[in-house]
Design a protein around this ligand. Structure first.
Ligand code: COA
Length: 212
């Protein structure tokens, strides 16, 4: 396998959306939003173009990772600029071959060099703990409802970056999409059947798990 990571370019846009749609379809709920979120993100003020990467396997796009600006808001309403990744995805045929690890690790290294404070992301702890992410509670970082969730994962990008910082995480509003806009966008892709899968139950349970 010849593996190459590079910044996303306009010529990749549609293929990236297709691969994302394949990776997320029916995974967390019937259908998926992620291909539309990526489409919307690229023209959103919170998008960080220098941290938008694709990974190629033998010259074919096999996955991507996208970052947006986010923040930690303290009790005194002080805001600390952070970054967040997602969607991140690898084409299902290549799962568990270390490709996602290469892509995520590369993006973290570049983010460190760019001087960012920390990465906040939402997801399964087992996906991100291998990179050093810990639950927000460890850093006293909650969700906006002031509760600590196991699914909020935090990675400081340099020593002691978060030592004097606590508060709630605020992600970009680019993730707020309506069913109608997703449906309209999705209708430009070949039809795929929406259906129930067991992975949706795991997601529903995980999304509400508190870190207590
Ligand atoms: C999450 C995802 C990007 C991981 O990509 P990948 O190429 O399969 O990951 P890797 O093979 O590099 O795995 C690196 C490590 O992450 C952990 N990991 C990844 N997938 C895992 C899984 N399904 N279960 C448990 N651990 C997992 C493991 O520690 C793994 O190391 P190991 O294989 O040596 O045990 C991929 O599964 C994916 O695209 N999923 C669908 C989309 C998605 O859910 N994205 C994340 C939410 S935005």
């Amino acid at each position: 396998m010849n593996i190459n990571i590079r910044n996303e370019e306009p010529k990749d846009y549609r293929r990236v959306e297709e691969v994302a749609r394949e990776a997320f379809w029916n995974l967390y709920f019937p259908g998926c939003h992620e291909h539309f979120v990526i489409h919307k993100m690229r023209v959103h003020e919170d998008f960080i173009r220098d941290l938008a990467f694709v990974i190629e396997v033998d010259d074919q796009i096999a996955g991507g990772i996208f970052y947006t600006h986010s923040k930690i808001v303290s009790e005194e309403n002080k805001e600390y600029k952070t970054i967040s990744f997602g969607p991140v995805f690898i084409s299902p045929e290549f799962h568990r071959k270390g490709i996602g690890k290469k892509l995520i690790s590369h993006s973290i290294e570049v983010a460190k060099k760019m001087g960012y404070l920390a990465i906040l992301t939402l997801g399964y702890p087992y996906h991100y703990e291998p990179y050093g992410f810990l639950g927000g509670k460890k850093y006293n970082i909650s969700m906006p409802d002031r509760k600590f969730y196991k699914g909020l994962l935090v990675l400081p990008l340099y020593d002691e970056a978060l030592n004097k910082i606590s508060g709630y995480a605020e992600l970009s509003n680019v993730f707020n999409v309506t069913e109608e806009e997703v449906e309209e966008f999705d209708s430009s892709f070949p039809f795929k059947q929406k259906k129930y899968q067991e992975s949706q139950d795991e997601y529903e349970l995980a999304a509400s798990l508190l870190d207590e």
